[in-house]
Design a protein around this ligand. Structure first.
Ligand code: 13P
Ligand code: SF4
Length: 354
């Protein structure tokens, strides 16, 4: 069993043996059994920064998903080894934009005569290839905690933004935070010729949104919000910006996982909260804040865990740590040199955002 006391003891022993040689990062969506061994927890922005700030650690064990481990590899030095305890921990959203599809999209924008005006802004939740494309074309990466600043920066560099791969974060940031209208946005569908758009539509748009979404957050809908407001009078609805626009519009507060935690920390006793994000985090927050008299519930009980985040479990973590303790580097995530060079450019533009 994952909470097997023997496994807990083995993880502790392997970590102790490794000492300062290992640094364990844990994303907020990780299981409790894993998060207890994280040296630092955070949202994807904080974890990227923390990985870069640990030059003395020979091994970075990334408890999160593949694109996060890639980003950590890009931001750390060549002799630091980034390990993802289960290689099947991908992200369905990141998989929705491939290098070939994005190159084809750029050809479509070139044909429409607008490529020179377009600045790519790619969500952290994308492969290293997409980050490299972004760097090559003068763009930046963003996370859910700095998307507004990334868009402000991008609109200083050009007239239009190609936002990859999460249409919801792109639309929500443009409309909710930047005062654009829904009509300023078009959706590029990589499965249709020319993205399903005419050259006129592309020329008229300010935001070209890639047709990608998060399979977890995409399942919250307006009914989820209406139902919880009816069931819990006075409830505050707090959601992640990967949720659909209708959900974000109906919510009271919107922000990254780190923002969600900070908001609950600052909330008064007696307040009630419905949270629209991944279930491991919501459960942990419900347990943490119950003794303080803050009532935290899941926005929609029919939505479940992020299955790929959940791939990292205690048995996989123990295996990774014990292997490293024996000098055996398993599941190393290593981005090739050329991809790394341009992906790093895009990531560093993000880290330099005001
Ligand atoms: P943040 O932790 O940056 O809010 O991202 C959420 C997410 O979906 C990560 O996969
Ligand atoms: Fe990807 Fe969504 Fe899971 Fe985050 S929660 S890793 S965006 S599938």
């Amino acid at each position: 069993s994952p909470s097997d006391p023997d496994l807990v003891e083995r993880a502790r022993a392997a970590k102790e043996k490794l000492g300062d040689k290992v640094f364990v990062l844990g994303h907020h969506y990780q299981r409790d059994e894993v998060i207890q061994f994280a040296d630092v927890t955070g949202d994807s922005f904080k974890l990227a920064r923390d990985a870069a700030a640990r030059p003395e650690a020979e091994y970075i064990v990334f408890c999160g998903v593949h694109f996060m481990a890639e980003s950590a590899d890009i931001l750390t030095s060549d002799d630091q080894k980034v390990v993802l305890p289960d290689l099947a921990a991908g992200c369905s959203m990141a998989d929705m934009a491939t290098a070939e599809q994005v190159a084809e999209c750029w050809d479509v924008l070139t044909e429409a005569g607008i490529a020179e005006q377009v600045v790519p802004v790619s969500y952290m939740n994308s492969s290293a290839d997409i980050k490299a494309f972004t760097g090559r074309h003068g763009g930046t990466i963003c996370t859910s905690s700095n998307a507004k600043r990334a868009l402000e920066w991008a609109f200083q560099q050009g007239e239009k933004v190609l936002f990859l791969p999460d249409q919801h974060l792109g639309r929500n940031t443009a409309v909710r935070d930047m005062g654009m209208s829904l009509d300023d946005c078009v959706v590029y569908n990589p499965h249709r010729p020319n993205g399903g758009l005419t050259a006129e539509e592309l020329r008229a748009a300010k935001m070209i949104l890639w047709r990608g979404h998060c399979s977890v957050h995409g399942r919250f809908n307006l009914d989820s919000v209406n139902e919880v407001r009816e069931r819990i009078p006075g409830v505050n609805v707090l959601v992640h910006p990967e949720c659909r626009h209708e959900v974000v519009t109906a919510a009271d507060y919107v922000g990254s996982t780190e923002y969600i935690i900070k908001t609950l920390e600052a909330a008064p006793a007696g307040s009630k909260w419905a949270i629209g994000t991944e279930l491991n985090l919501v459960r942990r927050l419900a347990n943490r804040f119950a003794p303080e008299g803050k009532d935290v519930v899941f926005l929609d009980r029919t939505v479940c865990f992020c299955s790929t985040m959940n791939r990292i479990d205690l048995p996989h973590l123990v295996w990774a740590l014990e292997s490293l303790a024996e000098g055996n580097v398993v599941n190393r995530i290593q981005v090739d040199k050329e991809t790394e060079e341009y992906a790093k450019l895009a990531l560093e533009r993000m880290l330099a955002l005001p």
